[in-house]
Design a protein around this ligand. Sequence first.
Ligand code: ZN
Length: 287
Amino acid sequence: MNRAKEGKAINTYIENMFSPIINSHRLPQSVIIEGESEEKREECAKYLCAYAVCKSEKKPCLSCNACKKAFDDIHPDIIIPKPEGKTKIIPVKLLRDKYLPQAYLKPTEADIKIMIFNNADSILKDDTENTLLKIIEEPHSNLLFIFTCEKAHLLLQTIRSRSQIYKIPNENETSDISDTARNIAHGIVALYEDRLLVELSTLSQRDKFKSVMYDVSEILMKALSVSCGQKCDDETANELATKLTKLKLLALIDATKDAVEKCERNINLKLLSTYVCTQYRRISWQR
Ligand SMILES: [Zn+2]
């Protein structure tokens, strides 16, 4: 339960990152997850695994047995090679003798086998990567490779060119949150609803609507982390954190996610904007 709850709280930014995969329902053969924090990289890898093995209709549900096993590293179809003994690397022999035979077995619980190389930029050397490359190049349909690393450019170019690379946003980087998203965020806590309605009504294209909503959810996530005691130099996030409770912020994050889903279901954008405005105001001003 805890796990799923935790996952739910963190997954807005991860979900945004992987939305191309989730929206297209197509898993690539190989994924590279690049980011500074090892913890975040693993969380992202687990989320993607959960998506790949989840048994629910809306994947990843983060609460079915398959999802839980993915998050607890005990799913039988997820292989996580680790260096053995004193070496801090995975030699080709270890890969060939121990891990590849497992990868070639039929999946037992999921429809897919997954191999995760955590810290790939340090545990893999060129010869091991070249061995993996040959497998990635084979037209398998049910083997997914996930490489997590601090610096993707340390992996072979040939691996990179055959992988989809996802970069975890760095909290310290100057964010490029759009002004519209900031205005919407201010509108949520403003005294009158005019501003919010006006800003929302400028979103007349679906792509624009979605990208602004992603930015709004980023601001809300930041505000939530400020509420939880983290420091953040985003003024909008700080303002929201002083005006809204954690519960309200969580409800607003959910409402934003819901808006993106509705947008994808081709709901009329004008109606959707009005709906979102009502939802935001209801959450923000309810007692
Ligand atoms: Zn699930």
